[in-house]
Design a protein around this ligand. Structure first.
Ligand code: NAD
Ligand code: TYD
Length: 358
């Protein structure tokens, strides 16, 4: 095995896509997937990947420092891809505790385990690498113009983004103070296969498919910069293999869309692929403007010049191609959607917005 990579949160949306990418493209890597299996983690996301020389699944909480240290002593881990997090802004508004615990303390716990294994005693044979997966939301909210670059000052505005910003600062501190070989990526909004149906695109898909109301917060003019998940995973792999320690890399594909544009695109694709609703109604008629998210960031937009120029990364899919691939995947995998949507997010929305959405 040329690398032994610890993937945290490998049963979540992006982590599962990343594990699949490694399996397909790096046959001589061993993957250790550590996941607590929260509501967002699902073993169904990795069906077909079996335990063996190339793969081991460990159900643990990253906040358990002793368990993380034990993993580093059991396995010759030389690479970490740290995805595990609480990731949904609305949940962080309703209940920030788990975000503080997992995103901040969990990252600290992993950093300690990696430092102990790599710096406090003779390290692994390979030059080690700790890749921390972060978000563009740490930079705050943009007006109608401008982009986030790697030097934009952090200005997180939700409990989620504040907890991610804290974890990013801890990673930087471990690089500067102890020399831990760490890198950070800050990516824009992802979409694609295996995304839990509480996030905008799979939630709208699921409701639109079944002719249910499509909740759009506020005026629907908030802008997100959408990236197909496989393009994000390829960027992370590139940063692991060719990036530099102590550096951060913004990842995004210049696909800015308002929420209303995203929702109508999903509706129109479904109308074409599944036919109109009874009464020849178009699905976009289901759009229901609802109370705005508290502190709702207006616009995110990434300037990806650094990763493009230094590492040669380019996204393979634009939004038109990515969203069609995504809708096709969800249509072919409605059983997956039904299985993971166990009702917890519906209950959450009912509490938060005083209404049921599904
Ligand atoms: P997700 O919520 O789908 O998955 C998170 C995974 O982490 C789940 O499998 C969950 O079981 C696991 N997990 C949670 N707490 C844990 C703990 N204490 N110990 C072990 N495992 C735990 O999240 P995602 O959308 O795949 O995001 C992955 C990472 O990428 C996060 O760090 C997120 O901040 C970052 N990110 C996400 C996006 C996006 O659009 N989704 C964009 C940029 C960055
Ligand atoms: P989301 O997928 O939760 O990602 P993030 O908050 O990390 O950007 O939301 C994307 C955008 O869609 C955000 O502006 C909030 C909005 N949104 C809705 O309008 N309705 C919804 O039901 C959801 C979940 C999100």
């Amino acid at each position: 095995m040329t690398r032994t990579i610890l993937v945290t949160g490998g049963c979540g949306f992006i982590g599962a896509n990343f594990v699949r990418l490694i399996r397909e493209s790096r046959p001589d890597w061993r993957v250790i997937n550590v996941d607590k299996l929260t509501y967002a983690g699902n073993l169904n996301n990795l069906v077909g990947i079996n335990e063996g020389e190339r793969y081991r699944f460990v159900r643990e909480d990253i906040c358990d420092t002793q368990a993380m240290r034990r993993l580093f002593s059991e396995e010759p881990i030389d690479t970490v891809a740290h995805f595990a997090a609480e990731s949904h802004v609305d949940r962080s508004i309703a209940g920030p505790d788990a975000f503080i615990q997992t995103n901040i303390f969990g990252t600290f716990s992993l950093l300690e385990a990696a430092k102990n294994a790599w710096l406090d005693k003779p390290g692994p044979g390979n030059a080690p690498c700790f890749l921390h997966v972060s978000t563009d939301e740490v930079y705050g909210s943009l007006g109608t113009s401008g982009y986030f670059t790697e030097t934009t000052a952090y200005s997180p505005r939700s409990p989620y983004s504040a907890s991610k910003a804290s974890s990013d600062h801890l990673v930087s501190a471990y690089f500067h103070t102890y020399g831990l070989p760490a890198r950070i990526t800050n990516c824009s909004n992802n979409y694609g296969p295996y995304q839990f149906p509480e996030k905008l695109i799979p939630l709208i898909f699921n409701n639109a498919l079944h002719g249910k109301p499509l909740p759009v917060y506020g005026d629907g003019q908030n802008v997100r910069d959408w990236l197909y998940v496989e393009d994000h995973c390829r960027a992370i792999l590139l940063v692991i293999e060719q990036g530099e320690n102590g550096e951060r890399y913004n990842i995004g594909g210049h696909n800015e869309k308002t929420n209303v544009e995203v929702v109508t695109t999903v509706c129109d694709l479904l109308d074409v692929k599944r036919g109109l609703l009874p009464g020849r109604r178009r699905r976009r008629e289901l759009i229901t403007f609802v109370r705005d998210r508290l502190g709702h960031d207006r616009r995110y937009a990434i300037d990806p010049t650094k990763i493009r120029e230094r590492l040669g990364w380019r996204p393979q899919l634009d939004f038109a191609g990515g969203i069609e691939a995504t809708i096709d995947w969800y249509l072919a995998n409605t059983a997956w959607v039904n299985k993971v949507a166990d009702g917890s997010y519906q209950k959450y929305y009912a509490e938060m917005y005083g209404r049921a959405i599904a």
